[in-house]
Design a protein. Structure first.
Length: 218
């Protein structure tokens, strides 16, 4: 039979590997309010206000932890909660926000910080080959809702959405025991409308249609 629990777990694990943008290894200096660089461009790298950035390679743990970007210029990323630190070779990256509402797991959003919400629709199922152990096919839908702070423009949320669509590109295959799971091509994954919420966020859903096949064990 179809093991929806295993499928949802595989989808969530794949989502955790999301990469939106990164500096790669560069020389970064930290003040109490910003990450700074002497050359290159955070703008060109794809960073936007309202995204959540995390560091790698900093001596101060606060500078490695995830924090929301408040402002972006070519040579500066403005954030709160930083600790001053001298220049060194480090990496700054935007991936999946640390705020994650998985199915039936309570999550309380923090005002001003981006977050995502997972939803899974099992979909209809049919047996597509004859016999007691004929192959089963099901068409689930995976929906990721992306939330970013209001009044920061559309670039942050669109960058998250575009990265998710790329991450779940048509024909992407996921490893699930005894199941062939593939992102569909028709319809292919698509995003919805950006909606402004009273809670201080905007939201945009990303819908990922799937095709799953496995042997009937009955």
């Amino acid at each position: 039979m179809i093991n929806h629990k295993a499928i949802v777990t595989a989808l969530g694990d794949h989502l955790l590997d999301l990469s939106v943008c990164t500096t790669g290894s560069i020389t970064v200096t930290v003040t109490s309010t910003a990450y700074t660089r002497a050359s290159g461009s955070f703008v060109t790298d794809g960073f936007e206000p309202g995204m959540e950035v995390a560091g790698t390679g900093f001596n101060e743990s606060e500078n490695n932890s995830a924090k929301t970007i408040l402002g972006v210029s070519a040579l500066s990323l403005t954030c709160s909660g930083l600790t001053a630190e001298g220049a060194g070779s480090r990496t700054l990256s935007v991936g999946l926000p640390a705020g994650q509402a998985w199915e039936n797991v309570h999550y309380e959003p923090t005002t001003g910080d981006p977050w995502i919400e997972e939803n899974y629709l099992p979909g209809p199922m049919e047996q597509i080959t004859l016999g007691s152990f004929g192959e089963l096919e099901v068409f689930p839908t995976y929906v990721i809702k992306v939330y970013t702070p209001i009044n920061v423009g559309m670039s942050a949320i669109r960058s998250y959405v575009d990265a998710i669509l790329s991450h779940f590109a048509p024909r992407t295959e996921l490893t699930v025991a005894n199941h062939a799971v593939m992102v569909r091509t028709q319809p292919a994954p698509y995003s919805g409308q950006i909606l402004r919420l009273d809670s201080g966020f905007v939201v945009c859903p990303v819908t990922v249609p799937l095709r799953v096949r496995t042997a009937n064990t009955i």
